[in-house]
Design a protein around this ligand. Structure first.
Ligand SMILES: [Zn+2]
Length: 184
């Protein structure tokens, strides 16, 4: 007996419960059973148990190690920072400069400033966000100074960046996660 064409499409169009895979091609009995403690539909409901130090949620009371700010430059409005022209290094190796600039373009953004910063050298609008790798924190526009104007961070910062940028799979600790539990 031939199955009518419309019946095939009707099968795909029938609404299904959320535990069905797309198009209903994956029957629910092929799914693994829910783990103990997991609800039948495998979706979690909001709860309120927290695991971090309550103080760490409060601005100004964080208990983590301090991060070092770099890349702020002196201007008429902001005296007291280093002068950017004192940090231009025209003899800096181009490859290292590109690695450092690329690194500075990445990083976690912890917060964003209200208005853009202006490049102290060419006047271009130069970003509003801060970026951090957990050790240093810098304005995202620092990458522009490095890439376009040959501004070089201090030697210690470069060595830190290169050691991070050259991270190799052999440096990854593969063991901790294998034995991790909810309470690790
Ligand atoms: Zn510029």
């Amino acid at each position: 007996m031939r199955i009518p064409f419309w019946l095939v499409w009707a099968w795909f169009l029938v609404p299904r419960p959320p535990t069905f895979a797309p198009f209903g091609l994956w029957p629910t009995w092929l799914w693994p059973p829910p783990s103990p403690g997991m609800s039948e539909d495998r979706c979690v409901q909001p709860e309120n148990r927290r695991y971090a130090d309550p103080l760490d949620y409060m601005p100004g009371t964080g208990t983590g190690p301090p991060v070092i700010l770099i890349g702020y430059w002196e201007s008429d409005m902001e005296p007291g920072w280093p002068r950017v022209t004192d940090f231009v290094d025209e003899l800096w190796d181009e490859t290292e400069r590109h690695v450092v600039a690329s690194y500075l373009e990445q990083g976690f953004i912890p917060w964003v400033q209200a208005g853009p910063s202006w490049c102290r050298i060419c006047g271009k609008a130069n970003g509003t966000a801060e970026r951090t790798d957990g050790v240093y924190i810098w304005p995202e526009g620092l990458a522009h100074y490095v890439r376009e104007h040959g501004v070089r961070p201090p030697v210690g910062v470069i060595r830190h960046i290169i050691s991070r940028a050259a991270m190799h799979p052999e440096q990854v600790d593969m063991d901790w996660w294998r034995t991790a539990t909810l309470d690790s």
